[in-house]
Design a protein around this ligand. Structure first.
Ligand code: ADP
Length: 668
C-alpha cells in the first residue's frame, strides 16, 4: 500500500524535485501576524527588552557628543589657554561610566532575549509535535518521516537566531541610527546630508539581497529535509537491511553525497548573499572621515577667506566623524538583519505550513465517549465506500489511484474506490474472517473501523454509534489492532508492554505475557522484563515480537480486536506459539481477522470475501465451499483444499503446523 493517495502531502513535504519552488501557501500578511502571535504570551518580556534596548542605544550617542564637549570646553577651551582640569575629571568620569552601565544592562538584556527566544521555540516545537500527533494516517503515509523530523528540529532550530538576536538588534540599530543621525544633524546638518546621501542605494540593494536569501534558505531547508529523509530511510534497521541485501551501498552513498554537496553549496550561497553589499558599505564608511575633513577644510577656508567666524571647530569634526563611524555598524547590521529576516521567513513558512494543515479526523462538536465497560462490540459497516485519493482538504486528487496486486497483474483498469459499497455486520463476540486476494481492500476495512480514515460515504458503526460521532480517543479504548508488522519501541520489554496499559502491575504484565506464551522467553533474557528489545524489536525473533504485541493487546483487553494475521513465515514452534497465543485473545470479544490461516478461517463464525473493494460473498466455510464461488476458488488455490494451513512469503505452513520453506520460484 501507500500509492498515490498522499500526493498532496508529498507536495507539502517538498519531494526532491520541487527544490526550487517555495510553497507560498501561507500569505505574507498572515505570516507576520502569526509570527507576532508567537510572542504574545511573552509580551512583558518583550516590552522590557525593548525598553532596555532603547535605553542602551540612546546612551550610546552620549559619548561621541561628550567628545565635542571635552574638546571644546575642557581640553582646548581657547587657543593658548590651559585645560580646565576639574571639568575634565568629571567629563572623563562620565565617559568611563557610560560604557560600564551599557555593558551591565547588556548582560541582563541578553539573558531576557534568550529566555523569550527559547520559550518561543519550545512553544513552537510543542505545538508542532502536538499538531503532527493529531494528523491522520493519511498524512503519514504521504510524508517522509525524515522530512517531518527535519521541520521539527532544523526549521524550528533555524529561527533561533532570528528570535533571540535579530529582533533586538533591529530595534537597537533603529534607535542607534536615529539617535546618531539626530546628534549628527545637531552638530552639522550639512555634513549629515553628505554622509547619508548614498543610503537609498543600500536599501534597494538590501531588499534584493533579502529576496534571494529567502529563496536560498527555503532551498537549503528543503535540502536539509531531504538529507534527513535519506538518513532516516537508509540508516534505519529496515533501510540498511534493504541496502545491504540489494548491494546498494554505492548508490546510497552517491545519493547522500550529491544532496550533501547541494546543501553545502546552498549554505555558501546563503552566507554570501548580501556580503558584497556589506563590503561596499564598509569601504564607504572607512573613506567617509577623509571626505568630511576635506569638506570641513573647504568650508573653513571659505569662511576664513570671507572673514566669517568659523562654525566648525576641531571638536565638531572629531565628534562628527566618531558619530559617523557609529552609523556603519547599525546600517550594516540592519541591512544584514533584514536579509536574514527574509531567510527566516522561509523557515516560519515551512513551520506554519505544517501547523496550519487541518486535522481531518477530529471529534464532532457533540462527540460522546464510548464507554469501554458498556460496549458490547457490535461492528457494522453500512454501505461504506472509501477512496484514498482524497486529500485532507476533501479534494479528489486528479490522477487515478495506483493499484497493486491482482489488479495490476491481470491488466484491469485501475479502480478509484478502495472500498465500494460494503455492508457487513459482526455481532458481539463473533469471530469474523476477512479473506480475499491481495489488494482487495481487507486492510483498508480494518483501518476504517477504528476511524484511522474516514469513510468517503456510508457509515461505520460500533454498537450502533457512528464512529464519527464518538470521541476519537475513546475508540482506541474499545478497538485494538494487532498489525502484521509488529512495532516495538527501542525500550525495555516492560515499557513496551506498559504502552498498552500504563498502570498495569507486574502481576498483570506477567499474566498477559503468559497468555501470549512469551513470559518464559522474557525471563530467559539477560535482564528479564527490563531487557531492551532493540530498535523496532530487531533483537527479537519474528514470533517473539508477534507474541509481545499480542501480550500488549491482552493487557489492553479491548472489546473489539482487529487482527491482521502475519503472512511471514515462522518456524514451527513459533508458529504454534503465536497461534496458541491468539486463540484465547479472540475468545470473548468481537474479532475481525484479516485471515491468512486456515485455522482462523475455519474457526470463524462468519467469513467475508472481499474482491476489488466489494463484498462478494459471506457465510461460514461450509456454506461458501458449497457455493463454489471466489471463496471456493481461493480455498483450493491458497489452502489446497485444506492440506495447507497458510501460505507465507517463502513457503507454506502445512495443516500439521509444519513449515516448508520452498525456493522462491516454486511457490505459486
Ligand atoms: P489488502 O489488504 O486486501 O491487500 P488494501 O486494503 O491494502 O488491500 O488495499 C486496497 C487498495 O487500496 C489497493 O488497491 C491498494 O493499492 C490501495 N491502497 C492501500 N493503501 C493506500 C494508500 N495509503 N494510498 C493509496 N492507495 C492505497
Amino acid at each position: 500500500m501507500g500509492h498515490g493517495g498522499g500526493r498532496r502531502w508529498a507536495h507539502v513535504g517538498g519531494s526532491g524535485d520541487e527544490h526550487d519552488k517555495p510553497s507560498g501557501r501561507v500569505p505574507r500578511r498572515h505570516l507576520v501576524r502569526d509570527i507576532a502571535r508567537l510572542f504574545k504570551p511573552h509580551r512583558w518580556g518583550v516590552t522590557v527588552i525593548g525598553l532596555l534596548v532603547m535605553f542602551t542605544a540612546g546612551l550610546g550617542v552620549v559619548n561621541p557628543i561628550m567628545i565635542k564637549v571635552v574638546f571644546d570646553t575642557a581640553l582646548f577651551r581657547c587657543s593658548g589657554c590651559a585645560p580646565d582640569l576639574p571639568r575634565l575629571y568629571v567629563l572623563a568620569g562620565v565617559m568611563i561610566a557610560i560604557p560600564m552601565i551599557t555593558g551591565a544592562i547588556g548582560i541582563g538584556q541578553t539573558y531576557l532575549t534568550n529566555r523569550v527566544g527559547q520559550r518561543v521555540m519550545e512553544d513552537l516545537r510543542n505545538r508542532l509535535y502536538a499538531h503532527l500527533q493529531g494528523m491522520s494516517l493519511r498524512f503519514f503515509t504521504g510524508t517522509r518521516t525524515g522530512e517531518i523530523q527535519s521541520r521539527l528540529t532544523n526549521d524550528v532550530g533555524g529561527i533561533q537566531s532570528v528570535v533571540t538576536d535579530t529582533a533586538t538588534s533591529l530595534l537597537s540599530n533603529v534607535v542607534t541610527l536615529l539617535s546618531t543621525v539626530i546628534a549628527m544633524t545637531v552638530i552639522s546638518w550639512q555634513l549629515t546630508v553628505l554622509s547619508l546621501a548614498i543610503t537609498p542605494l543600500f536599501v534597494w540593494y538590501t531588499y534584493r539581497a533579502g529576496a534571494v536569501r529567502r529563496k536560498v534558505t527555503a532551498q537549503a531547508q528543503q535540502s536539509k529535509a531531504e538529507m534527513s529523509a535519506i538518513t532516516e530511510e537508509t540508516l534505519s534497521v529496515s533501510g540498511i537491511l534493504l541496502s545491504k541485501v540489494f548491494g546498494r551501498r554505492r548508490e546510497e552513498l552517491k545519493r547522500f553525497r550529491e544532496e550533501n554537496h547541494r546543501l553545502a553549496d546552498l549554505a555558501i550561497r546563503q552566507e554570501m548573499v548580501g556580503r558584497t553589499l556589506f563590503a561596499v558599505i564598509g569601504t564607504f564608511f572607512s573613506g567617509m572621515p577623509a571626505l568630511v575633513y576635506l569638506v570641513a577644510g573647504l568650508v573653513v577656508s571659505y569662511d576664513v577667506t570671507h572673514g566669517i567666524t568659523a562654525g566648525i571647530t576641531a571638536g565638531t569634526i572629531v565628534a562628527f566623524t566618531t558619530l559617523q563611524s557609529r552609523l556603519f555598524f547599525p546600517i550594516g547590521s540592519m541591512l544584514q538583519v533584514s536579509v536574514e529576516v527574509q531567510g527566516s521567513l522561509a523557515l516560519f513558512e515551512r513551520i506554519f505550513e505544517y501547523l496550519q494543515m487541518p486535522h481531518d479526523i477530529v471529534d464532532a462538536p457533540d462527540a460522546q465517549r464510548l464507554d469501554p465497560a458498556a460496549v458490547r462490540g457490535d461492528v457494522r459497516l453500512d454501505r461504506v465506500s472509501f477512496r484514498y485519493d482524497r486529500n485532507a482538504f476533501g479534494e479528489i486528487e486528479p490522477a487515478p489511484l495506483a493499484v497493486s496486486g491482482a489488479d495490476g497483474a491481470d491488466g484491469e483498469a485501475p479502480r478509484a474506490w478502495a472500498i465500494d459499497d460494503v455492508t457487513l455486520e459482526v455481532r458481539p463476540g463473533q469471530l469474523a474472517a476477512i479473506v480475499g486476494p491481495s489488494g482487495a481492500g481487507k486492510t483498508t476495512i480494518s483501518y476504517l473501523i477504528p476511524r484511522l480514515y474516514d469513510v468517503t460515504s456510508g457509515t461505520v458503526l460500533i454498537d450502533g454509534n457512528d464512529v464519527r460521532d464518538v470521541a476519537v480517543d475513546s475508540i482506541s479504548d474499545v478497538v485494538a489492532m494487532v498489525t502484521q508488522e509488529t512495532y516495538l519501541f527501542h525500550a525495555s520489554v516492560r515499557r513496551n508492554l506498559l504502552y498498552a496499559k500504563p498502570d498495569a502491575t507486574q502481576a498483570e504484565l506477567e499474566a498477559a505475557a503468559r497468555a501470549a506464551f512469551i513470559h518464559d522467553r522474557i525471563v530467559e533474557l539477560e535482564s528479564g522484563y527490563d531487557t531492551l528489545v532493540g530498535e523496532r524489536g530487531y533483537r527479537m525473533s519474528g514470533g517473539e515480537k508477534q507474541r509481545l504485541a499480542i501480550a500488549r493487546v491482552v493487557l489492553k483487553a479491548p472489546r473489539v480486536l482487529i487482527l491482521d494475521e502475519a503472512t511471514s513465515a515462522l518456524d514451527t514452534t513459533s508458529e504454534r506459539l503465536v497461534q496458541a497465543a491468539l486463540q484465547p485473545l479472540m475468545r470473548g470479544r468481537t474479532t475481525i481477522a484479516i485471515a491468512h490461516r486456515l485455522s482462523t478461517i475455519l474457526a470463524a463464525d462468519v467469513i467475508f470475501v472481499i474482491d476489488r473493494g466489494r463484498l462478494v460473498e459471506q457465510g461460514t466455510h461450509a456454506e461458501l465451499v458449497e457455493r463454489s464461488g471466489l471463496y471456493a476458488q481461493l480455498y483450493e488455490q491458497q489452502f489446497h483444499g485444506g492440506r495447507i494451513e497458510a501460505e507465507c512469503e517463502d513457503g507454506v505452513v502445512l495443516s500439521t503446523g509444519e513449515v516448508i520453506h520452498a525456493p522462491a520460484e516454486t511457490v505459486a
